[in-house]
Design a protein around this ligand. Structure first.
Ligand code: LHQ
Length: 258
């Protein structure tokens, strides 16, 4: 598919999806969202792709809904269901790691997308703000689901009502991002990190993703059952055989994702 608002770059098993509207800090229009959905369920779902980087061009990661192009006086509920929710579901449903490379400002639904990803790696120049209530709106695009799971209900409430702008280190301190990398060379460094994940045991990563996505809704017995089933599946994979053989032979494993 040809994209207007995105750039897709593939290097072996790693796929980089760049939101490419730097003049508006990569704010989201219905077309951008349609393209994100297509890329995440199309190119990213290719079994040969084993890890995905979602990042932004220029000094923004994503400034949320494009407030110039989004008809806020129309049926936003329908717009969310049609344009935003498929993107959130696609990130969650992909059976491989999806990393948000937060190169710059992440606001509103842009922060929602980062929160939906499996890992958040921020540039030291990144800035985080919910911003929804600053314009009289509420958290959307999965923000009220994912953010409390990452940072807790109290901190989410504080950020949602106060709209504080957090720098990368502050965001890391509260668990909103997992890693911070220097702004200089960020694009290359986060891409190396994703390429490393893409060379990993993809099935075991997918199963871990499922375990952790399920854990807060499960009780102990349900989670033990999920672990046993997932471990049985992982253990029967070629990568598990290779991982154990490599350990015994005292060499580095060579994973294929199978
Ligand atoms: C933008 C945007 C933007 C358009 C910067 N839109 N142009 C709501 C409605 C419907 C459905 C679904 O979901 C939602 C949820 C949401 O996402 S609501 C929240 C939307 N986002 C925001 O409220 C953030 C708005 N932006 C800002 O507060 C600032 O731009 C931030 C703090 C992100 C960055 O500030 P600065 O670094 O000072 O940059 P800037 O404000 O100068 O922005 C640069 C350009 O980008 C500027 O255009 P211009 O032509 O003046 O250079 C902005 O107008 C444009 N831009 N965000 N969301």
């Amino acid at each position: 598919m040809a994209y207007e608002d995105l750039r897709l770059e593939r290097e072996g098993p790693a796929l980089r999806i760049v939101i490419d509207r730097p003049e508006v800090l990569n704010a989201l229009t219905p077309r951008t969202l349609e393209e994100l959905s297509a890329a995440l369920t199309g190119e990213a779902a290719d079994p040969a792709v084993r890890a995905v980087l979602l990042t932004g061009e220029g000094r923004g990661f994503c400034a949320g809904a494009d407030l110039a192009a989004t008809p806020v006086d129309e049926d936003i509920g329908a717009l969310l269901e049609l344009a935003y929710h498929p993107v959130v579901r696609a990130i969650v449903d992909l059976d491989k790691p999806v990393v948000a490379g937060v190169n710059g400002v992440a606001a509103g639904a842009g922060l929602s997308l980062a929160a939906a990803c499996d890992l958040r790696v921020a540039s030291s120049a990144a800035l985080f703000a919910l911003g929804f209530t600053a314009i009289g709106l509420v958290m959307d695009a999965g923000c009220s689901y994912h953010l409390p799971r990452l940072i807790g209900v109290g901190r989410t409430m504080d950020l949602a009502l106060g709209n504080a702008r957090l720098g990368a280190e502050e965001a890391k301190a509260i668990g909103l991002v997992e890693r911070v990398l220097p702004a200089e060379g960020f694009a290359e460094a986060v891409w190396e990190l994703v390429k490393g994940l893409a060379a990993g045991p993809t099935l075991s990563y997918a199963l871990v993703k499922r375990q952790l996505r399920a854990t807060l809704a499960n009780d102990l017995e349900e989670q033990l059952a999920l672990e046993a089933a997932a471990q049985a599946r992982a253990a029967s994979s070629r990568d598990a055989r290779e991982g154990v053989a490599a350990f015994r032979a005292k060499r580095a494993p060579s994973f294929t994702g199978a």
